[in-house]
Ligand binder design. Sequence first.
Ligand SMILES: Nc1nc2c(ncn2[C@@H]2O[C@H](COP(=O)(O)OP(=O)(O)OP(=O)(O)O)[C@@H](O)[C@H]2O)c(=O)[nH]1
Length: 298
Amino acid sequence: MNSLTLPDIATQAARQALPLDWVGMCGIALPVLLGGQRLSAKADAGVSLDDGEARGIHMSRLYLALAALERQDLSPSLLRQVLKEFLVSHDGLSNSAYLKIHCEVLLKRPALVSPLAGWKSYPVSISASLKNQMFHVELKIEVPYSSTCPCSAALARQLIQQQFIDDFANKPLQHAEVLAWLGSSQGIVATPHSQRSIAQLHMHLDEFIDELPLSVIINDAEAALGTAVQTAVKRADEQAFALANGQNLMFCEDAARRLNLALRRSPGVCGFHLRVIHAESLHAHDAVAESHWHRELE
Ligand SMILES: Nc1nc2c(ncn2[C@@H]2O[C@H](COP(=O)(O)OP(=O)(O)OP(=O)(O)O)[C@@H](O)[C@H]2O)c(=O)[nH]1
């Protein structure tokens, strides 16, 4: 049997004529290039099936078009080019094309004090679509950070004051004695609770930007939050982190507001929805805040 005799079911008429919104493949393994880095990614590639009479789309044509993503750095124009190829290869069948890429971006981060550095990974998903010639690209990024509860910090300070009253009432204060007390766990009787937190940022990007503003957005978000989680840590770094947290007490509402104001200024972002999750150590549930913005709705 040669290829000319292979049955081609996709070209048959559908038994039930009905257009479909999205048809394609999810979870395709793909080595993409991002900022010169080769990353292991998963792609979801699809088109609409607007010809309700057609039995199926041509999966292999979408799959083969993805090869362009192996050779060039991921950019809005490359995504648009691949989506165009999806539509050209489904002429007469499809009017809309969709591509999603999920990967983990690695950024090298310096320690706070020591000369060390280490890698941090950020889950990223890039979604692009081409519908009636309209190109649209969205970026989702997760940024982990640390947050210390301001209420818990105030309550802990009150307990420390109370302990001071108990230990030093009606006593002349001796500098050395107070200093030793401050350095003891008997003096600092209470500590505030902190939590590992996560900011889920979902950005709508300007159509004609040249580059995906990934590292810019991550840097802006971490600068706004103030206490990004660390990589390589020596004791000097841990102490600096403790100080940074003490000076940066925040509720989830504070984090959401700071991020909202920072992302409005990020280049290439025309709108966003953000969600911050503080994985409480006080509770077994999370504290969560959400916020959105769109330039055109201002
Ligand atoms: N449309 C469709 N194809 C599927 C599905 N599951 C597996 N496939 C297979 O995907 C393979 C590739 O399909 P096509 O792209 O149409 O392959 P082809 O006919 O050799 O390629 P062209 O000549 O370019 O059309 C076929 O062997 C299909 O059977 C499905 O649910 N829908």
